[in-house]
Write a new protein. Structure first.
Length: 253
């Protein structure tokens, strides 16, 4: 019986040891699983951290881009504000100008009438070349002033054109055929406003306009060919060449 008891104790000891070993293995497995889960959680957390860091970096880059864009927009807006201010100033000037249009129109009409009257007086006092044509231009200007279908800008334009035409006479040479006061048809030639001559068709009579007396002065035979050649040159029948003609020198004041 004693031998059996010893054996039972040994068996019990062995069984107890095996139980403890199994318990330790289970505990170890549990610890390993916990470590694995912790590792996995740490990996998942790191991945989330990495994603968050990437997203944060991306947002920061976008933020810096937005800041640059905003800075550019602020500079552009400031420049546009200056442009708008200038435009508003110009608009105000235009409004003021528009407000003076009626006043200007009231002033421009008397001015044009004075210009036409002065032009007529000048033509009558000037060398009498193409006088009828020039005085008719003055009459046409007065008709334009009275015509309701002609605008003020158009009236002013034709008045300036008439003055321009008178200016051009002083820079040109012209020959034409017309009648004297006594009815005779002769050849006239004008050299700017410096000299004005006529010669009869047969070439027997040549004269120059005398500004002082306001009349024609007959020239000697020595000027017959010169005036004749000048008429031909003015008509482009021969090339321009040197001719000797009497010219009345201007007098100083």
């Amino acid at each position: 019986m004693k031998r059996i008891a010893v054996s039972t104790a040994a068996v019990a000891s062995i069984l107890l040891g095996a139980t403890l070993a199994n318990a330790q293995d289970a505990r170890l497995k549990s610890i390993v699983e916990e470590v694995n889960q912790a590792t996995k959680l740490a990996q998942d957390s790191q991945q989330r951290i990495d994603k968050t860091a990437d997203a944060t970096s991306k947002l920061f880059t976008e933020y810096r881009t937005v800041l640059k864009t905003n800075a550019g927009l602020e500079a552009y807006n400031a420049q546009q504000k200056r442009v708008i201010k200038k435009q508003e100033e110009e608009i105000e000037k235009i409004k003021n100008s528009i407000g003076r249009i009626d006043e200007i129109k009231r002033q421009i009409t008397p001015l044009m009438l004075d210009m036409i009257s002065n032009l007529e007086e000048f033509i009558k006092a000037d060398v009498p070349f193409q006088r009828d044509e020039r005085l008719k231009r003055v009459d046409d200007l007065r008709d334009a002033m009275d015509d309701p279908n002609v605008s003020d800008p158009e009236r002013f334009r034709v008045v300036l054109e008439a003055f321009k035409a008178e200016t051009q006479y002083g820079r040109s040479v012209n020959a034409y055929e017309a009648a004297l006061d006594d009815g005779r048809t002769v050849n006239f030639v004008r050299i700017g406003r410096v000299g004005f001559y006529y010669q009869t068709k047969d070439g027997k009579e040549t004269a120059v306009w005398d500004k002082e007396s306001g009349s024609w002065k007959t020239l000697g035979d020595e000027y017959t060919n010169s005036v004749k050649n000048m008429i031909r040159m003015a008509r482009r029948q021969v090339p321009f060449d040197l001719v000797v003609l009497p010219v009345q020198a201007p007098k100083g004041k």
